[in-house]
Design a protein around this ligand. Structure first.
Ligand code: HEC
Length: 274
């Protein structure tokens, strides 16, 4: 009796679950939810023409580019964005020597809490310090950029597209979507999640001056700073790729050896004839 009761109760709940699933699926097909007005303006992120040097299985860092990217970060983005997960000593990986890193770190002020005085004081940075937080008093909240290329879907292309994607909404699309507007104080960018963001276009031609590098066009600076932010988010990216190929070659050789030794070991055993 108890068993029959349990089966009935189980069937009842399974029935409810099935029924609500069926109803949801039916509604989903017959009345698809209305997409917000900005949806029509969204675009998919893309990389620069020719791609980045670190892409593909044999990709490598372009150290000159990473150094230019750091310069763009420091001279432009650092006014609002921190890179708190990066330590100054990591900059040696970009090709700076120890003395340069020491010098670079010392130009930053690092807050330290003095327990005796119960006060926060500052001292000049050391190579072992991380980049400090950046105070910001403007509109919106600039996120930390250390891990940005990992934090967003297709993040490398996203950051590049975002930086180069500012502009005006297409007038024909505006006419077709009368509900859409760019709120005051925000900027239109079809790559941002809801196509309006509070970051003004940060890059303008020549905003940095590259020492014996290429011309500082918006596209060039966007590529360079994106490469730099790819490195901050995954400094081991190239090491990881470079481990892959030797491992595959090793596995291939191991497989051939295993096959040959199998043949050797079984050579004396006559195949059965029946
Ligand atoms: C004047 C301040 C300012 C400067 C300079 C600036 N940003 Fe921003 N940034 C912001 C603010 C504010 C936001 C938040 C936007 C929002 O959520 O509406 C933001 C957001 C972002 C985002 C995140 C978008 C997302 O998906 O959440 C990225 C990436 C970004 N900035 C990259 C950069 C880079 C790279 C530079 C340097 C080339 C830079 N920013 C310079 C203020 C700034």
């Amino acid at each position: 009796m108890i068993r029959i009761g349990a089966i009935l109760i189980g069937l009842f709940f399974a029935g409810i679950a099935l029924w609500s699933f069926g109803k949801g699926a039916y509604n989903h097909v017959t009345e698809p939810g209305e997409k917000p007005a900005y949806y029509a303006f969204k675009e998919k992120p893309h990389g620069p023409d020719g791609g980045f040097s670190f892409e593909g299985p044999l990709g490598t860092w372009d150290y000159a580019q990473l150094q230019r990217g750091y310069q763009v970060y420091k001279e432009v983005c650092a006014a609002c964005h921190s890179i708190q997960y990066v330590a100054f000593r990591n900059l040696e990986e970009l090709g700076y020597n120890e003395a340069e890193v020491k010098q670079e770190a010392s130009t930053y002020n690092i807050p330290v809490y003095d327990a005796a005085l119960a006060e926060v004081e500052t001292r000049s940075g050391l190579p072992t310090d991380n980049f400090p937080a950046v105070p910001y008093f403007g509109a919106g909240e600039p996120p930390d950029l250390s891990l940005m290329t990992k934090a967003r879907n297709n993040g490398v292309d996203y950051v590049y597209s975002l930086l180069t994607g500012y502009g005006e909404p297409d007038p024909d699309m505006l006419a077709a979507n009368p509900d859409f507007e760019v709120p005051a104080g925000l900027y239109f960018n079809p790559y941002f999640a809801n196509v309006n963001l509070s970051m003004a276009p940060p890059l303008t031609e020549g905003i940095v001056t590259y020492e014996n590098g290429p011309e500082a066009t918006v596209d060039q600076m966007a590529q360079d700073v994106t490469a730099f932010l790819t490195w901050t988010a995954e400094p081991r990216l190239i090491d990881r790729k470079q481990t892959g190929l030797p491992v595959l070659i090793f596995l291939l050789i191991a497989t051939i050896l295993a096959y040959l030794s199998k043949k050797q070991i079984w050579a004396s055993v006559k195949p059965r004839k029946d």
